[in-house]
Every structure is written in structure tokens, then in C-alpha cells.
Design a protein around this ligand. Structure first.
Ligand SMILES: *Cc1c(COP(=O)(O)O)cnc(C)c1O
Length: 254
């Protein structure tokens, strides 16, 4: 496939996804949700094509891959306005790298990661000052909530998708609010495999309402992927993370 053919394909996929979002949003009240196009496993050239198609927000789930793509696109004018959303499980030792390119991290689920990201932000601002680069804005942080109904204390049986237990949200939110360099955006979740996404997302909305009682500005709800974006929009998601329905199927090995 030529670059032009690939761009046409991405444009057509994007148009279909945007239609689905608009149709779902028309059935609810409130502003239309924002689309984050998840580009993991696809090359930087696809991200560049998406930027040309006026995609502003892209999502990635592995630091090594995301850092390389962000670096490759740095010099490209069309990609200058891109906002990188980190949506995968994040090891604390990757925080330093992530804050170099990420606008937001959607997958914060433990206190050690809050501390690492805040420390990494301080180091990043110092690095920029040293190089005469202007400081970056605060890192937008979303708390990832585990929507599996697992009994508390059962570490085993976890989906491996990460996420804090709902009862830990408030403490994490307080830590993010108090941390230098971080801004609390709201909540993120992935619907559990095999469960009814509508039920899962309605629980997520309840957690969001609870969070907004103590943190009124933290209204972001990042939920919904290719398979369940309609359910997420219906529930009230503000941000959708859509990959395969825009980019195409991912290689089987993930
Ligand atoms: C890959 C991924 C997505 C996108 O999933 P698709 O099914 O390809 O739309 C969304 N959220 C997270 C956390 C992901 O890892």
C-alpha cells in the first residue's frame, strides 16, 4: 500500500468512527466526547498521517515505542500540536521518559507511581531550564480504576490490566492533587472482559461523581474502545480510546 492509499484508508476509518461517536452522542446530553486514537503497534508514519487528518490526541501503551515515535515526529510541523496520552501499565522507572513527551497519563493506579511522576516532572523542568527550553505544562493524570468485581485482597485473579480498587481512588486523588507538577484530570477504566460494558461504565460514572464531590475539576472519564465505545458514550464518557477501528487489526502477538 502506498502512503496515499494508507492515508485514504485511515481517513475512511476515522470518518466511520466519528460517525459512530456522533450518533451515540446525539442520544445523550452534554458535550461530544473527545477521541483519542490509539496508535500502538503502528508506525510513526501512521501517526503523521493522522495528524494531517486533524487528529490531535493519540494514545500509546508502551514507553519505548511511544518515546521513539514522539522523537521521530518532533521535527514534523503537522505533528507539533499532537498530544500523547499514555494509557498502558507504567513502571515507576519509566516515569522520567514518559514526562518528556506525554500530555497525559491515564493509567495511574498506585501511590508509588504518583511520587515517581511528580519527581520526574521536577527533573524534566530542570532539564528544560538547563537547555533553555521553556517549561512544559503540568502532567494531566487520570486514575485507572479496576472494574472487575474481585474480592478485596485477592491479588491473584487480577486481569493484569491494572487499575486501583475503587476504595483507593480517594487517597490516590488526594496524593495527585498535593503533588507538584501533576494535575488531576479524572478517571479511566477498561471494561472487564466478558462483562456487560454498560454495567461496568455506569459504575465508573458513579465513582466519577464521588470523585467530583471532593475534586470538582476532575471531570474526565476515559472509557470506551473500538468494541464498546457506544456503551461508554451512553454512560457519559468524556474521552474515548479507539485503536483498531481506526488503524486496523493489530498484529496477533501482543
Ligand atoms: C489498545 C487499547 C485501547 C484501544 O483498543 P481498541 O480495541 O484497539 O480500540 C484502549 N485502551 C487501552 C488501555 C488499550 O490498551
Amino acid at each position: 500500500m502506498t502512503d496515499a492509499e494508507r492515508k485514504d484508508q485511515l481517513a475512511a476509518n476515522l470518518a466511520r468512527v466519528r460517525e459512530r461517536i456522533a450518533a451515540a452522542a446525539a442520544r445523550r446530553s452534554g458535550p461530544a466526547p473527545e477521541l483519542i486514537v490509539v496508535t500502538k503497534f503502528f508506525p510513526a508514519s501512521d501517526v503523521a498521517a493522522l495528524a494531517d487528518l486533524e487528529v490531535r490526541d493519540v494514545g500509546e501503551n508502551r514507553d519505548q515505542e511511544a518515546a521513539a515515535k514522539a522523537a521521530e515526529l518532533e521535527a514534523l510541523p503537522a505533528a507539533a500540536g499532537l498530544r500523547w496520552h499514555f494509557i498502558g501499565q507504567l513502571q515507576t522507572n519509566k516515569a522520567k521518559s514518559v514526562v518528556r513527551y506525554a500530555h497525559a497519563v491515564h493509567s495511574v493506579d498506585r501511590l508509588s507511581l504518583v511520587k515517581s511522576l511528580s519527581k520526574a516532572m521536577a527533573a524534566e523542568q530542570a532539564r528544560r531550564a538547563e537547555h533553555g527550553v521553556r517549561p512544559r505544562g503540568d502532567l494531566l493524570v487520570l486514575l485507572q480504576v479496576d472494574l472487575e468485581n474481585r474480592p478485596a485482597q485477592s491479588g491473584a485473579g487480577s486481569s493484569g490490566r491494572g487499575g486501583a480498587r475503587p476504595e483507593d481512588i480517594e487517597a490516590l486523588a488526594a496524593a495527585v492533587s498535593a503533588a507538584e507538577g501533576l494535575e488531576l484530570g479524572g478517571l479511566m477504566a477498561v471494561a472487564p472482559l466478558g462483562a456487560d460494558p454498560a454495567e461496568a461504565f455506569s459504575r465508573l460514572m458513579e465513582y466519577s461523581a464521588e470523585l467530583r464531590r471532593t475534586h470538582p475539576a476532575a471531570g474526565m472519564v476515559s472509557a470506551g474502545m473500538s468494541q464498546d465505545l457506544e456503551a461508554a458514550v451512553a454512560a457519559g464518557a468524556t474521552h474515548l480510546r479507539v485503536g483498531s477501528d481506526v488503524l486496523g487489526p493489530r498484529p496477533p502477538l501482543m
